[in-house]
Design a protein around this ligand. Structure first.
Ligand code: PHE
Length: 463
C-alpha cells in the first residue's frame, strides 16, 4: 500500500474543496429547500443549524480522526484503530458503511441521471412554452420510462468514473478545485436573479420566517437526517477523505470550513429557488418534484414574449449547477468503493484503480438501472408496499446512516485509546486543542443519544 503522503490531497485548499464537493450535492440544492419549506422555514433552519454544528460536525471530526490516523479505508481503519484483537469485529461497522455508500450511490445516480437529462433539455430549450401541467406530465413520463433515464445515468456515471480513474490528486482534487468555485459563481448568479424579482419577499419569508407550528417531531428527525446526509457523514466516505487529509491540517478548522460552506450553500440554494417560485405564483411546497416540476415553469415565466429566452438560460445554469453539485458528491461515493477495492486486493505497488473503477461502475449501473425501472415498468414489484426505489430510499434515509454514525461515535468515544485521539486531533501535540473535552462530551453522550432517538423513532414510525 502506498503511504498516505503520496496518495493524499496535496494542499489544505484542495482537501477542503474535495470535501465541500462531497458535502454539497443534491442534498443541498434539491432536498434542503423543500424540506425546509415543508417544516416551517426559519423554525426548521434553527433546529438544522444546531444539528449540523453539534452532531454533524462532531461526526465529521470523528470520521476524519478514524481515517487520517490510520490512513486506510473504513473496514481496515476500524480494525487497525481497535485497541486489541478482541475489538476487531468493529471492522463490520466499516463494512456497513461501505454497503451504505454503495446503496446511496445507486439512488444518487438515478436522481443525478434525471438532473443530467434536465440540463440537456434546458440547453436545447425543450421546456420553452410548456405550462405547468404539461411539464408535470413530462416529468412523470420521463422518470417512469425505461430507457432514457438509464442512458442519462450512464452518461453521468462515465463522468464520475473518469474523475476517479484520474486518481486522488489529478482526478478528485483537481476537478474539485475547479468545479467548486464555478458552482459558487453559478449559485450567486441565480440568487441575484431570484432575489431581485418583484414579489421575492414572500419567498424570503417562506424560507426564513419561523413557523413553529409546522415543526413537528417528524420535522426534527428530518433535520437530523438531513444534517448527516448533507455533510456526507455516516457511511465512511469522510473516513476515506480523512485518510487523504494533509497530516498538518487542523481537523477542527477543516471541519468548520466544510460545515459552514455546506450550510451556506444550502441556504443560498433556498434563496435561488423560493423567491423565484413565489414571484411566479407557483406552489412552493412541491416536495421532491420542486426542482423537476415547479422550477421549469418558474424559469419559463421569466422568458420574454420575444427575444432572448433569458429564463431558459437561467434554467440551464440551474441544472448545470445541480449536475456539478451531484458530480462532486458522486465522486466521493464512488471513491469510497474504489479505494476499498484497491486496499482489499492490492496488486503489489501497482494500483488497480482503473480495473476497480470499471468493475464497480458496471455494478452500480446495473443496480441504478434496476432502481430506475422500479419507478416505472417494474413498479409492481414491491417490498412492504414500497417499490424497490422507495425501499432502498427508506433504508438509506432512516436506518443505515444513523446506524453507521452511531457505530462511529461509540467506537471513538468508548473504544479507541484516548491518547491516540488526542494525538491525532492535536497533530502530535503541535496545536492546542482547548475544545477537546467539549468534543469528547459530544462524541460520548450527545451524539449517541440523539442517534439512538432517531433510530428508534424511525423504526417505530415505519412499522
Ligand atoms: N452530501 C451529499 C449531498 O448533500 C450526499 C452524500 C452523502 C455524498 C453521503 C457522499 C456521501 O447531496
Amino acid at each position: 500500500m502506498a503511504s498516505t503522503e503520496t496518495k493524499g490531497f496535496t494542499s489544505s485548499f484542495g482537501a477542503i474543496a474535495a470535501a465541500v464537493g462531497s458535502a454539497v450535492g443534491l442534498g443541498n440544492i434539491w432536498r434542503f429547500p423543500y424540506i425546509c419549506g415543508q417544516y416551517g422555514g426559519g423554525a426548521f433552519l434553527l433546529v438544522y443549524l444546531c444539528f449540523v454544528f453539534f452532531i454533524g460536525m462532531t461526526l465529521m471530526i470523528t470520521e476524519f480522526v478514524i481515517g487520517r490516523r490510520t490512513g486506510r479505508t473504513p473496514i481496515f481503519a476500524y480494525e487497525s484503530l481497535a485497541p486489541s484483537k478482541k475489538h476487531h469485529w468493529w471492522r463490520y461497522a466499516g463494512l456497513l458503511g461501505l454497503i451504505t455508500s454503495f446503496l446511496i450511490l445507486a439512488l444518487y445516480l438515478v436522481i443525478s441521471g434525471w438532473t443530467t437529462n434536465y440540463f440537456a433539455e434546458a440547453l436545447i430549450g425543450a421546456h420553452v412554452g410548456h405550462d405547468s401541467s404539461s411539464i408535470t406530465e413530462h416529468f412523470n413520463t420521463f422518470s417512469t420510462s425505461a430507457l432514457r433515464p438509464i442512458v442519462f445515468i450512464g452518461v453521468f456515471l462515465i463522468l464520475t468514473a473518469a474523475v476517479i480513474v484520474g486518481g486522488v490528486q489529478k482526478g478528485i482534487e483537481r476537478v474539485s478545485k475547479i468545479l467548486m468555485p464555478v458552482l459558487v459563481v453559478l449559485l450567486m448568479v441565480l440568487c441575484v436573479r431570484s432575489a431581485t424579482l418583484p414579489g421575492a419577499a414572500a419567498g424570503f419569508a417562506y424560507l426564513f420566517k419561523p413557523d413553529f407550528t409546522l415543526l413537528t417531531g417528524e420535522g426534527v428527525l428530518a433535520a437530523l437526517g438531513q444534517a448527516l446526509f448533507s455533510l456526507s457523514v455516516g457511511m465512511g466516505v469522510m473516513i476515506v477523505y480523512g485518510s487523504y487529509l494533509p497530516k498538518d491540517d487542523n481537523l477542527l478548522k477543516t471541519s468548520i470550513w466544510i460545515t459552514v460552506c455546506d450550510t451556506l450553500i444550502a441556504i443560498l440554494a433556498g434563496i435561488a429557488i423560493f423567491p423565484a417560485v413565489f414571484a411566479s405564483g407557483q406552489d412552493p411546497a412541491g416536495g421532491p418534484g420542486l426542482v423537476f416540476m415547479t422550477l421549469p415553469v418558474v424559469f419559463n415565466s421569466m422568458n420574454p414574449a420575444e427575444g432572448l429566452p433569458i429564463g431558459t438560460i437561467f434554467e440551464s445554469i440551474f441544472f448545470l449547477l445541480l449536475v456539478i453539485a451531484a458530480l462532486t458528491s458522486a465522486i466521493s461515493l464512488l471513491e469510497a468503493q474504489v479505494a476499498w477495492g484497491d486496499e482489499y486486493n492490492p496488486a503489489g505497488k501497482k494500483s488497480r484503480r482503473l480495473r476497480n473503477t470499471i468493475i464497480i461502475s458496471v455494478l452500480m449501473l446495473v443496480l441504478s438501472a434496476i432502481l430506475s425501472l422500479s419507478n416505472g415498468a417494474w413498479s409492481n414489484f414491491t417490498i412492504g408496499g414500497k417499490t424497490l426505489f422507495g425501499f432502498v430510499d427508506q433504508l438509506n434515509s432512516i436506518y443505515l446512516p444513523p446506524l453507521c454514525s452511531l457505530c462511529a461515535v461509540i467506537f471513538l468515544g468508548w473504544v479507541v485509546d484516548k491518547k491516540a485521539i488526542k494525538d491525532e486531533l492535536s497533530n502530535h501535540g503541535t496545536i492546542a486543542i482547548p475544545w477537546y473535552k467539549a468534543y469528547m462530551f459530544l462524541v460520548r453522550y450527545v451524539a449517541p443519544i440523539a442517534l439512538i432517538i432517531v433510530l428508534i423513532t424511525g423504526i417505530v414510525n415505519s412499522l
